[in-house]
Design a protein around this ligand. Structure first.
Ligand code: ADP
Ligand code: MG
Length: 255
């Protein structure tokens, strides 16, 4: 049996005094690929922020264990060092910080080794990682996300995942705003990274991406909790029927 990486039990969380997560349960084991779908506003990005330790989100009940330890007690940087990674749905632009400095700082910050990598060694490694992520080398000296197209911002998030090699990558709609070729590129990168130790939680509305990444589990999230879990067939049914019709057919509450 694979080891449990992340165990979420009865998680309630609120932002600005409004409860968004209402008792969410989810377990992810080492090497598993999970997909999270759900209507806009159901709390998928909120879950990602809570897992990463965003300070605007307050956990009001429930527990989250990471490799058996209390994740909620860990600072965001400790979570990153422990192997948790989030690619943002809406990456921020940071003028004045170029991509290579940002990535080098991130890389050094999650490394547990004492010796920090030199800029020369880092650039050498980054060239390889950029080619894996399909990101042209010309981006290296540009300010982080400034003037990037929607698709380029998402590729830059993927590059961070490739570089940091997390145990669990939470990818929040990495395919939104991307053209068809770029979605294929993302599928190729994810497939290349899959191995028995790498877990994914992919948030997407796009069933086409699931044909290529072949997830182990698909979950449907509505109003702050997971209301249905299954395999790829669940995503196919949701694609055919839409969220509302699917929930009606299953006798699930529609809000
Ligand atoms: P999803 O990612 O499933 O579309 P979100 O987690 O982004 O859903 O949002 C769920 C609900 O929480 C929405 O009603 C959204 O407006 C609210 N919400 C999320 N983050 C914040 C925030 N920082 N401030 C206020 N409301 C928020
Ligand atoms: Mg979202």
């Amino acid at each position: 049996m694979r080891k449990v990486l992340l165990a979420i039990k009865g998680l309630h969380a609120r932002v600005q005094n409004q409860e968004i997560l209402h008792g969410l349960d989810l377990e992810i084991r080492s090497g598993e690929f999970h997909v999270l779908m759900g209507p806009n506003g159901s709390g998928k990005s909120t879950l990602s922020s809570v897992l990463m330790g965003h300070t605007s989100y307050e956990v009001s009940a429930g527990a989250v264990q990471w490799e058996g330890k209390n994740l909620l007690k860990m600072k965001p940087e400790e979570r990153a060092r422990a192997g948790l990674f989030l690619s943002f749905q809406h990456p921020r632009e940071i003028p004045g910080v170029n991509l290579v400095s940002f990535l080098k700082s991130s890389y050094n910050a999650v490394q547990t080794k004492d010796a920090k990598i030199s800029l020369f060694q880092f650039k050498k490694m980054l060239i390889d990682k950029m080619s894996v992520a399909g990101m042209p080398l010309g981006f290296m000296n540009r300010y982080l996300n400034v003037g990037f197209s929607g698709g380029e911002k998402k590729k830059c998030e993927i590059l961070q995942m490739v570089l940091l090699e997390p145990k669990l990558a939470i990818l929040d709609e990495p395919d939104s705003g991307m053209d068809l070729d770029a979605v294929k590129d993302i599928c190729r990168v994810i497939k290349a990274l899959r191995n028995p130790k790498q877990s994914f939680l992919l948030i997407t509305h796009n069933p086409r991406i699931l044909d290529c990444v072949l997830p182990d589990y698909v979950h449907l999230m509505v109003e702050g909790k997971i209301v249905k879990s299954g395999g790829v067939e669940l995503a196919k049914r949701i694609e055919k029927e839409g969220y509302v019709n699917f929930m009606k057919a299953k006798g699930l509450k529609i809000l």
